[in-house]
Design a protein around this ligand. Structure first.
Ligand SMILES: Cc1cc2nc3c(=O)[nH]c(=O)nc-3n(C[C@H](O)[C@H](O)[C@H](O)COP(=O)(O)O)c2cc1C
Length: 201
């Protein structure tokens, strides 16, 4: 199976290095209930500002709730549907906009929700699964179809499943799947003590 490990100057945790966002999913291999629960437990235990836990997920498992899965798939951008149709699990990620304890805008809600998603994704990788986040979906449509309350924001859809061979992809997607993963260098992202001092590595 295609692997695209992160290229690093020093060793990082294998699970972090191993994670990437594939498009090739095995359509005939569902996610077991215990696996799903482990993913959700990992997401649940993310840190959050004031311990507010602003994230709310709607799980659409093709095996147990085909109609919800079909509905969520239909909300994705066409370019995402092409490959996400093979993912057995689609998860809609939302967050509440205001703090529970005082009703004020929670400006860390998206930050916390991203942390919970990364927990879920790394848990998935640790169990031999793969996950791919998507911002390309119709936010109005998901709000209507899934009865999302007005004080919540839909953030992403995550496709989860087992990785498949490249043969499930068309030639464009195959090319994308094989492309090198790029990152900015450490010294463009991180600074030592002051914005003017890029980190030496
Ligand atoms: C918030 C968010 C939205 C994304 N939206 C899409 C998307 O709509 N379609 C897609 O194919 N990939 C999407 N991606 C995946 C990114 O393109 C991918 O994470 C990035 O190119 C880095 O590649 P890697 O995850 O393999 O390291 C999204 C990722 C994130 C975190």
């Amino acid at each position: 199976m295609l692997e695209k490990p992160a290229q690093t100057k020093v060793t990082i945790h294998n699970i972090i290095a191993k994670r990437w966002s594939p498009c090739a999913f095995e359509s005939g291999k569902p996610i077991k209930r215990e696996e799903l629960l482990a993913l959700l437990e990992a997401a649940r235990w993310a840190p959050s500002c004031y311990g507010d836990q602003p994230w709310r997920y709607i799980v659409c498992d093709k095996k147990t709730n085909l109609s919800a899965w079909v509905k969520l798939l239909s909300c994705l951008a066409d370019a995402n549907q092409v490959w996400a149709k093979n993912a057995p699990l689609l998860i809609l990620v939302t967050h509440i906009n205001n703090f529970g304890h005082n009703g004020r805008i929670n400006r860390w809600a998206a930050y916390d929700t991203g942390a919970s998603v990364e927990n879920l994704i790394l848990q998935a990788v640790s169990m031999g699964l793969m996950a791919h986040s998507m911002g390309g979906f119709d936010i109005t449509k998901v709000g209507e179809i899934f009865n999302i309350p007005p004080d919540f924001t839909a953030m992403t859809v995550i496709a989860v499943g087992h990785q498949a061979e490249l043969t499930v992809l068309d030639s464009n997607l195959k090319e994308r799947e094989l492309a090198t993963r790029e990152r900015l260098p450490l010294n463009k992202l991180f600074f030592e003590g002051d914005w003017k001092n890029p980190i030496a590595s």
